[in-house]
Write a protein that binds this ligand. Structure first.
Ligand SMILES: Cc1cc2nc3c(=O)[nH]c(=O)nc-3n(C[C@H](O)[C@H](O)[C@H](O)COP(=O)(O)OP(=O)(O)OC[C@H]3O[C@@H](n4cnc5c(N)ncnc54)[C@H](O)[C@@H]3O)c2cc1C
Length: 319
């Protein structure tokens, strides 16, 4: 049995869903969870139900706002006082920024952006995409412990029935240490929608959207089916969509249950960010568009005709 610490980020006081995905896959291991800051009792209960034994709430000066140095120092201090074999967390923007720095402090190995993993005894084996998702590598980790692992949100899926457990919560005092690069402000996105990386359904538009206003037909469908709107880089570079909406190699990596690509050709750099989606639907006027080679369902046609029809049909079905 491995001793695992899962670091959980929070969003508006709630633990991020990827934490629960990881916990669900860790059944049989000894699991602690660490959060920075306070966590309400109901969230501690959720973590316990998904298998967390102890929930550690790490508090200290200069940790109110995220900073890569402060968080890495605080976690380094806390982890050093334990005997963890593995430290796991979601492969979020924050983790991509902070966890390599933390692993370096331990001179430890790291497997990033895993889309699956298992433990044989206390030995970790992970699967992670390489070369823009063209192949999947099996990874194991060697050298001093703890080893660090990040897991792509939505890749594992939510455990079906969490087992009720009786976890305990405790406070730990940690130090942020010297922070040379302070983050002054984090501006929340204007959209109320779930962040692309955590969205269960994404509808993305490409260069064929032609202008920012036309994205409203995607937003309309997104409102009906509870999706988040994404974009190709061509749409972003053309000023049709915000950079935060970009999916792909130089944008966000997503793994939703359903990805609907509208007027997107399917360049390798776009596929790199969305090819692990469970079901891919492509709408494109060009029957030879590469996106169709990756799509589970393809519709050859004009998105300006098809998207409104789909929206109306979804409205009827979901009414
Ligand atoms: C280093 C590097 C990094 C990159 N990173 C990214 C990245 O992160 N994300 C990304 O997306 N790209 C990225 N790119 C760019 C990528 O190579 C493509 O240029 C880009 O993905 C193309 O976007 P697109 O599919 O929207 O546009 P296009 O390739 O121009 O495709 C538009 C598609 O719309 C179809 N179409 C036109 N009109 C309609 C209509 N009315 N209805 C339906 N379909 C229609 C066309 O048939 C065509 O297939 C990167 C490139 C490089 C070199």
């Amino acid at each position: 049995m491995a001793n695992v610490l899962v670091f959980s980020e929070t969003n508006n006081g709630n633990v991020k869903p990827v934490t629960l995905e990881i916990l669900g896959k860790l059944t049989g291991q000894s699991i602690d969870v660490a959060v920075i800051g306070d966590l309400a009792d109901d969230q501690v209960k959720v973590l316990a139900e998904y298998g967390a034994g102890k929930v550690h709430k790490l508090n200290g000066a200069n940790l109110e706002k995220y900073s890569p140095e402060g968080y890495a120092n605080a976690l380094h201090g806390f982890i050093s006082g334990g005997s963890y074999d593995y430290v796991m967390t979601g492969a979020t923007s924050l983790a991509k920024d902070m966890v390599p720095r933390l692993a370096t402090k331990f001179d430890a190995g790291m497997a990033s952006d895993c889309v699956n993993f298992l433990f044989e005894g206390d030995t970790f084996q992970g699967t992670r995409p390489l070369f823009a998702g063209k192949c999947l590598a099996k990874v194991s980790l060697q050298g001093p412990k703890p080893h660090f692992i990040t897991v792509r949100p939505n890749a594992l899926g939510m455990p079906e029935s969490p087992t009720a457990g009786a976890g305990t919560a405790s406070d730990a005092s940690v130090e942020a240490g010297e922070i040379r690069a302070a983050i002054k402000e984090i501006i929340a996105s204007a959209s109320e929608k779930v962040d692309l990386t955590e969205a269960n359904i994404i509808i993305s538009g490409g260069r064929a959207m032609k202008n920012p206003e036309n994205f409203s037909i995607l937003s309309e469908m997104a409102d009906v089916i509870g999706a988040t709107v994404g974009a190709s880089r061509a749409a972003v570079d053309s000023g049709y969509a915000a950079p935060s909406m970009q999916v792909g190699q130089t944008g966000k990596t997503v793994s939703p249950s359903l990805y609907i690509a509208c007027g997107i050709s399917g360049a390798i750099q776009h596929l790199a960010g969305m090819r692990t989606s469970k079901v891919i639907v492509a709408i494109n006027t060009d029957p030879d568009a590469p996106i169709f080679t990756k799509a589970d369902y393809g519709i050859v046609g004009d998105l300006y005709k098809i998207v409104p029809i789909m929206t109306e049909e979804f409205k009827k079905i979901l009414a």
